[in-house]
Design a protein around this ligand. Structure first.
Ligand SMILES: [Zn+2]
Length: 196
């Protein structure tokens, strides 16, 4: 019997390119639950150690505590979930394998609120991992945009830059970006190089 069993669960997805403020929006929703005295758990993939191993931190340094979960074994979230938990929050959700989809569905049908934030597209502009499926399961999708660092228009793409030049399409998909190697770009300024 879950705390929220009499409630209708909900799946919310926050997506967009890098630097769109996805994690900031996730943390904003988390803080609102705090004010409402709701209990929640925040999870993040164990590969993302950019700022902290036990926190989710946005680019503007807002933070919340988080539990690291193995991307290949998202089922381990269940061992943290107690009856008083009303929401599950996932950051960088695009990195988890597809078993996360059933977890999200199952807990939403038990009445929990699920909040996921992640990149909808990789640096080639292609759908990222489980995101297409997650977006289909979502009850509410928030697509955020960033600002193109070339022309100042709305940015929907993530530009990968290696040694000052746009990346090639057969360069390995690097999972986590730093400011010096990724930029938000609009469709027009987004460049992917192809080998002949
Ligand atoms: Zn542009």
């Amino acid at each position: 019997m879950y705390y929220s069993e009499n409630k209708i669960g909900k799946i919310e997805v926050i997506c967009g390119p890098m630097f769109a403020g996805k994690t900031e929006e996730l943390i904003r929703r988390v803080k609102r639950m705090e004010y409402a005295k709701k209990k929640y758990l925040v999870f993040k993939p164990n590969i993302d150690n950019r700022y902290s191993t036990c926190e989710v931190v946005s680019h503007n340094k807002k933070r919340t505590n988080a539990i690291n979960i193995d991307i290949n074994n998202p089922n381990m979230v269940s061992k943290y979930i107690t009856e008083d938990i009303s929401a599950l929050v996932f950051d960088e959700v695009q990195f988890f394998n597809e078993s996360l989809l059933n977890i999200v569905k199952d807990y939403a049908s038990k009445g929990l609120r699920i909040i996921c934030a992640g990149l909808d597209k990789d640096f080639l502009g292609n759908p990222f991992g489980i995101m297409p499926n997650l977006l289909a399961l979502a009850d509410e999708v928030t697509k955020l945009t960033a600002i193109c660092m070339v022309c100042g228009e709305e940015a929907t793409e993530t530009q990968r830059i290696i040694d000052g030049h746009p990346a090639y399409d057969d360069d390995d998909v690097v999972l986590i970006g730093a400011t010096e190697s990724y930029e938000a770009r609009c469709r027009k300024c987004h460049i992917v190089l192809h080998h002949e």
